[in-house]
Design a protein around this ligand. Structure first.
Ligand code: SRM
Ligand code: SF4
Length: 580
């Protein structure tokens, strides 16, 4: 099959400087996949293995599914000459992280039936089921469908689930921005009937080889594309880390439109200077009525000019740096047919979540439940999974997953509040739990044992490390100080570490790079200060910086700002700066 016309004819032509015969093999795979079908159905039917063939692993990402294996037992199985313990991770598409109690109950049921009795809340406000056996994938997908959920385009080279500030206190504005985020998400879901065909066993019109992807064409996006909506003063979604961010401009209590930010991204690879985290640039302001058109124009530019040769350079941030911001902005405006207005003033104050009860401007209550690293399970003395199921059985409002992996039990009436508090107490969810400012602002990616790319522990290690850093903070009476700390098991940046005040990214078992100096509300990249070091060196270094912070900070100065001002994030002990 030829790749000569991979894109829809409706837009301007693709970047002709990229020779077709040298495109990345993944481009051919997409183009020849019959709109994401590949041989997925055959792979699912093969009974001799728990895995699917390599190319289908890639195509299944577009269906929100990742093949993984249990890395805790990988070596042992190899010794026993057994196939790795393959299972699948399913990521749900849940724009803005909002779900209903009946959806929660279904997810709880599926997690207990197929997902190892646990649910994972992600840094992009959705659920992941892990450890789903191949033969359980279809029942799981059909179960999701019963509550109008699916995993479509939760992964793959497409527009991922769209993020949206949770901001429960501003209920009316949140509702408006959330509706726009959801519409943007729905608008960019691939149209292919492959999903219905493979997972629901349905035939759909237009399921053949025809031109049924008016926007994506046959080769979709060059790489994943991430969109987020934020409502200041909270920058909970870390808007500067999105490929395309919309910053709500609210004047006189009314949504006026959005500032547009483009080109954020966190991923980097160690020892590969051509990859780096980048903060998004503000390029202007648009009225609400131009929102979808703008999203289309921006995505269209990346679709047509993104790097389709080198996947390590295929994110929008590199297209912008390669072509130049002015050129990209000009191309966006040419597609829009008008110039963007100058960006309007706004101010962020934090990217964290409040803890506990807050009251919305409509008088309804919202409870933010701290969920360490997004892991929902029954822990000793804290039956989180059971407790949330019990709440979902009576709750009449919504649940909102925050971009910090926490959960808001939202839209609670005054009358219903005592009953929810009683269920929380009964399950050890303690509404009044004392949580340090550091822990409350901590985030870790999944990493081991499921993530195939992890080089070190993250979710399973950060809680213990935080306990040790808390002890250092307590020495100086800083236990309530809000400080963002984020850990990832590799440099890919799934917990958005490069904008945290303290960050650790995995290099090898027990070894991390330490970064300091990110902005408290996600406005500045941090700097690497130690490379490839273990816990003792990390704690030793932090002890000195924390002592200096306690002694010499100015009033109200945040830890990250102090680290920069005092020169603690200026020198790399080994290695080099990558983001000066
Ligand atoms: Fe991520 C790949 C988990 C948010 C950057 N990410 C992965 C995979 C699928 C590993 C893989 O490719 O085999 C991880 C699955 C682990 C597992 O067992 O579940 C994984 N990413 C996650 C989640 C679950 C972390 C979490 O603990 O919450 C987050 C799911 C988000 C969602 O609901 O969609 C998650 N990943 C992010 C973010 C944060 C964000 O988007 O706000 C980033 C940084 C932002 C960005 O994209 O620049 C991120 N993930 C990556 C990358 C690096 C991309 C790059 O441009 O270099 C990879 C690797 C890749 O794509 O090649 C990756
Ligand atoms: Fe896996 Fe690395 Fe992402 Fe963590 S940051 S989930 S280790 S890919």
């Amino acid at each position: 099959m030829s790749l000569l016309s991979p894109h829809a004819p409706t837009d301007r032509s693709r970047d002709v400087s990229q020779p077709l015969d040298r495109l990345n093999p993944d481009e051919t795979l997409k183009a020849e996949s019959r709109q994401l079908r590949g041989t997925i159905s055959d792979g699912l039917a093969a009974e001799l293995t728990r895995a699917v063939p390599g190319n289908d692993i890639k195509l299944m990402k577009f269906h929100g599914l990742y093949q993984q294996d249990d890395r805790d037992i990988r070596d042992e199985r190899r010794r026993q000459k057994l196939e790795p313990a393959y299972t699948f991770m399913a990521r749900i598409r849940l724009p803005g992280g909002v779900c209903s109690p009946s959806q929660w109950l279904k997810l709880d049921e599926l997690a207990r039936a197929y997902g190892g009795d646990t649910l994972r809340l992600t840094t992009r406000q959705t659920f992941q089921l892990h450890r789903v056996q191949k033969q359980n994938l279809r029942p799981a997908m059909q179960g999701l469908r019963e509550v109008l959920l699916d995993t479509r385009a939760a992964c793959g080279d497409d527009a991922r689930g769209v993020m949206c500030s949770v901001n429960p206190r501003l209920s009316a504005i949140h509702a408006e921005v959330f509706a726009l985020a959801k519409r943007t998400s729905d608008h960019r879901v691939p149209q292919s009937g492959a999903y219905e065909e493979i997972w629901y066993g349905e035939e759909r019109e237009g399921t053949g080889d025809g031109p049924q992807e008016p926007f994506y064409g046959r080769t979709y996006m060059p790489r994943k594309f991430k969109i987020g909506f934020v409502v200041p003063p909270s920058n909970d979604i870390d808007v500067y880390s999105q490929d395309l961010g919309f910053i709500a401009i609210v004047e006189d209590g009314k949504l006026q439109g959005f500032n547009v930010a483009i080109g954020g991204g966190m991923g980097r690879t160690d020892q590969a200077p051509k990859t780096y985290p980048r903060l998004a640039d503000l390029i202007g302001f648009i009225e609400v009525e131009h929102l979808q058109q703008t999203a289309d124009a921006v995505m269209g530019v990346q679709r047509d000019y993104g790097d389709r040769l080198d996947r390590a350079r295929a994110r929008f941030k590199y297209t912008i740096d390669d072509k130049g911001l002015d050129w990209i902005k000009g191309e966006i405006e040419a597609r829009l047919g008008f110039a963007l207005q100058p960006a309007r003033p706004f101010a962020f104050t934090t990217n964290g979540d409040p803890n506990g009860w807050t009251r919305g401007d409509d008088g309804r209550w919202h409870h933010t439940l701290f969920i360490q690293n997004g892991r929902v399970s029954n822990f000793p003395g804290r039956a989180l999974m059971d407790g949330l199921r019990a709440i979902a059985q009576t709750h009449t409002g919504t649940f909102r997953i925050t971009p910090n992996q926490n959960l808001i039990i939202s839209d609670v009436s005054e009358a219903a509040k005592p009953a929810i508090e009683a269920v929380m107490r009964e399950h050890g969810l303690g509404a009044a739990d004392r949580i340090s400012g550091l822990r409350l602002n901590s985030m870790a990616c999944v990493a081991l044992p499921t993530c195939g790319l992890a080089m070190a522990e993250s979710e399973r290690y950060l809680p213990d490390l935080v306990t040790k850093i808390e002890a250092l903070l307590e020495l100086h009476g800083l236990e309530d100080e809000p400080i963002t700390i984020r850990m990832t098991g590799c440099p890919n940046g799934c917990a958005r570490p490069y904008i945290a005040e303290i960050a650790l990214t995995g290099r090898a078992p027990g070894k991390y790079n330490l970064y300091l100096g990110g902005g408290f509300h996600g406005q500045r990249l941090n700097k690497m200060v130690l490379e490839n070091v273990g816990e003792a060196a990390i704690l030793d270094h932090l002890a000195r910086v924390i002592a200096d912070f306690a002694a010499n900070r100015t009033s109200g100065e945040h830890f990250g700002d102090f680290a920069i001002r005092a020169g603690h994030a200026a020198e790399v002990k080994e290695g080099r700066h990558f983001n000066d």
